[in-house]
Design a protein around this ligand. Structure first.
Ligand SMILES: Cc1cc2nc3c(=O)[nH]c(=O)nc-3n(C[C@H](O)[C@H](O)[C@H](O)COP(=O)(O)OP(=O)(O)OC[C@H]3O[C@@H](n4cnc5c(N)ncnc54)[C@H](O)[C@@H]3O)c2cc1C
Length: 437
């Protein structure tokens, strides 16, 4: 794209969220441009994502959105209207065991699962031990630092799990964003890569597109902030945020790659994902008989808040590697803890209640899909539709604040009141205060 151009909507950010929004805006008839400062698609949080698809959220909207999105991943080629299935990310259905923990009890999810139609099984400790051979079913809560003696104390009891057989992961999160970008392009969306948005100019009160670092301007009456962990800075550029009740902040994260414990992955397949807030870790299978190990923000570990996402130290550190993998090895005693840290570093865009903000703002024409809190990769196919519905309602004179969009999910028929993701909502007190949302 050369020179100044005008479109109907500019999306800032070509991660999994921005590309999905661009696709759905284009499908609903808008001329769209997506701008990213990176030279490719999905180079932000998306590229570092563990891409776990699970349904345990603390709200109806969270559960219903994740359950709907899983249908999109399962039928990814259809979701994209892709001409061929080659070169598409794949959904690996492995099931997920959420180990019992008071912070996120089964009783919080089961009524929501029943309402949404999410399949589940309740496991006691004996069943967990049978279904996940090699697991230590001890209850260790609360998580402690691995340098504390307490970490090695005997368990205080045993725990079971809430198992969801339809959970899993997406094989390659960056490829998934690329797939969405390709689908968007087929609908005429322009991708402007390697260009930073440096200003969000206005015409009167309303946004009037974006200004790029090279001085070009893309004119548009609608601008969507899908800038991931950089989203707070973009809100500042647009002068949005004064009426938000929920703040967002970048937080550094590490996810580690280790060889899986013996027998975890079935031959040629993938073992089940485990969310273990009891010890403060989560894990899922990876190709080549590997294992990804991440953290669930145990209160004993320092949180790595960042003033600027670009300040994030880019390599995994021995300290975080040892903490996360040793916790996983406490749960699966045959898991080895390699000497050298290996894995990826990424940055979450954490909302105060770990629930995203999908909304309009008080700046006419400026919309946000932010605060994805380390848990919204899975929802991206549906988030695109949320934003298209909100833009449609507001740009046609509707008042999404007073009369919020009630989104009806295509695959499941669930009705989702999008005020659950409002910038002006009360802080979600039911949130676990972790990546679980
Ligand atoms: C380590 C890690 C593990 C995760 N694991 C999971 C998981 O298992 N399951 C799950 O559901 N979610 C997970 N997540 C969360 C999920 O990956 C994110 O919610 C999702 O990728 C956010 O996508 P996004 O498009 O909003 O942001 P990003 O992918 O960060 O994209 C934002 C884009 O905006 C661009 N940008 C920023 N500022 C500007 C500017 N001024 N001008 C132009 N472009 C700009 C950036 O270059 C970037 O490409 C994880 C996240 C991380 C970091």
């Amino acid at each position: 794209m050369l020179g100044n151009v005008n479109v109907d909507a500019v999306v800032i950010g070509a991660g999994v969220i921005g590309t999905s929004i661009a696709l759905e805006l284009a499908r609903s008839g808008h001329r769209v441009a997506v701008v990213d400062k990176a030279g490719g698609i999905g180079h932000g949080s998306t590229g570092a994502s563990s891409a776990v698809v699970r349904f345990n959220f603390s709200t109806w909207a969270g559960v219903a959105t994740a359950w709907e999105a899983r249908h999109c991943w399962e039928a990814w080629a259809e979701h994209l209207d892709a001409p061929q299935a080659d070169g598409l990310a794949r959904y690996r259905r492995t099931g997920l065991a959420l180990l019992d923990v008071d912070l996120a009890p089964r009783s919080a999810f089961i009524p929501l699962f029943d309402r949404a139609g999410v399949r589940y099984e309740e496991w006691d400790a004996a069943t967990l031990a049978t279904r996940l051979p090699g697991i230590d079913t001890g209850r260790y809560w609360p998580p402690s630092r691995i340098t504390e003696e307490r970490f090695w104390h005997d368990p205080s009891g045993t725990l079971g799990a809430l198992f969801t057989p339809d959970a899993g992961f997406v094989s390659d999160p960056q490829l998934a964003a690329q797939n969405l970008a390709d689908a968007a392009r087929r609908h005429g969306v322009a991708l402007v890569l390697g260009q930073r948005v440096v200003a969000v100019p206005k015409s009167g009160d309303r946004v009037d597109g974006v200004e790029l670092a090279d001085g070009r301007r893309i004119g548009a009456p609608v601008v969507v902030n899908a800038a991931g962990p950089w989203s707070g800075g973009l809100n500042d550029l647009a002068g949005a945020g004064a009426d938000f009740t929920i703040g967002v902040r970048p937080m550094r994260q590490e996810v580690h790659h280790v060889p899986a414990q013996r027998g975890y992955n079935p031959p040629g397949g993938f073992g089940m994902a485990v969310a273990d807030l009891d010890l403060g870790t989560y894990l899922r299978a990876e190709i080549n008989d590997g294992l990804l190990v991440g953290g669930t923000e145990p209160a004993c570990d320092p949180f790595q808040w960042l003033a600027d996402p670009d300040d994030a130290h880019p390599y995994p550190t021995a300290e975080v590697f040892e903490a996360q993998v040793t916790r996983a090895a406490r749960r699966f005693p045959t898991l080895g803890v390699p000497n050298r840290p290996r894995g990826v570093v990424g940055v979450y865009d954490v909302a105060d209640d770990w629930t995203p903000i999908y909304d309009r703002t008080d700046v006419p024409g400026f919309y946000v899909a932010i605060g994805t809190s380390g848990n919204q990769f899975k929802n991206a196919p549906v988030v695109g539709k949320f934003l298209a519905a909100i833009v449609d309602r507001v740009e046609n004179g509707g008042d999404h604040d007073a009369d919020p969009v009630r989104f009806v999910a295509e695959h499941t028929g669930a009705e989702i009141d999008l005020s659950a993701f409002s910038r002006r909502r009360p802080v979600n007190e039911d949130s676990s205060g972790t990546v679980m949302g």
